[in-house]
Write a protein that binds this ligand. Structure first.
Ligand code: PMT
Length: 223
């Protein structure tokens, strides 16, 4: 039944945005609210799974549940470390977090001051590790589901991410579409797998998307 589909399975879910500090009071972040990731966590708990949630910056309340462990992180490096630590013990990973691709090259230990007459300020960014690709390269039996947030050429970019990150699923959302992506309660996603044609789902609540994604994982893990 729906409530036991993932009994004795352990899921790792990431949610929310990472933040990369510039100085003690400033950071580079993104608009992820954590709604999608938390919806997946709730669906997985309802399906009987044990869940480890790695939460970046989230704007929603996190569930409290005996089968849920929550780890709060700020930066991409922290999210990577937490994900790598949990990875060997999980059956599936869902990376719904919006992860910063770049971070400031240096973090000032004092608040950066504007100089008299200064009209511009340049920040140098350096590449962050890719968490999904790092886990994808190390997978043994884990099923790996990533997301792709795109504003153009959705399917082409999502297909590239599927291959490059060794994911079993990519959940592609066109974040330029009203009612989809960052912050809102609904999402229109297309599911990509290595061996099937892309499947476009209708516009659904993120909670319904969460239930359907968990059903996909449950079916896959039952094979
Ligand atoms: O949080 P909400 O407000 O509910 O919004 C949901 C969402 C739009 C954030 C979510 O649906 C979503 O698309 N999450 C992924 C956002 C993202 O970072 O997309 P991307 O296309 O840049 O990354 C592709 C995949 O690689 C993602 O699974 C991402 O978690 C992962 N990634 C990206 C960069 C990086 N350095 N490490 C990663 O692991």
């Amino acid at each position: 039944t729906a409530s036991t589909r993932l009994a004795n399975r352990h899921l790792l879910v990431t949610a929310g945005g990472t933040r990369e500090p510039l100085d003690p009071v400033r950071y580079i972040g993104n608009r992820s609210s954590g709604k999608m990731g938390v919806a997946i966590v709730k669906a997985a708990l309802a399906a009987g799974a044990k869940v480890t949630l790695i939460a970046g910056s989230v704007q929603v309340a996190l569930p409290i549940h005996p089968r849920l462990t929550v780890q709060r992180v700020t930066t991409t490096a922290e999210m990577l470390a937490a994900a790598q630590a949990a990875f060997p013990t999980v059956d599936a990973v869902v990376m719904a977090a919006a992860v910063a691709d770049f971070r400031p090259a240096t973090i000032s230990d004092q608040k950066i001051k504007k100089q008299a007459g200064q009209e511009a300020f340049t920040v140098q960014l350096v590449k962050n590790p890719d968490i999904l690709a790092t886990l994808g390269a190390k997978k043994t039996t884990q099923v790996i589901m990533g997301f792709a947030a795109e504003t153009n050429d959705l399917l082409a970019h999502a297909k590239e991410k599927l291959a490059k990150k060794h994911a079993d699923y990519i959940v592609a959302n066109d974040v330029s579409q009203a009612g989809s992506g960052f912050g809102v309660a609904t999402d229109q996603v297309t599911i990509l797998t290595p061996d099937q044609a892309p499947q476009a789902w209708p516009l659904l609540t993120k909670q319904e998307v969460g239930h359907r994604l968990v059903a996909l994982l449950a079916a896959r893990l039952a094979k």
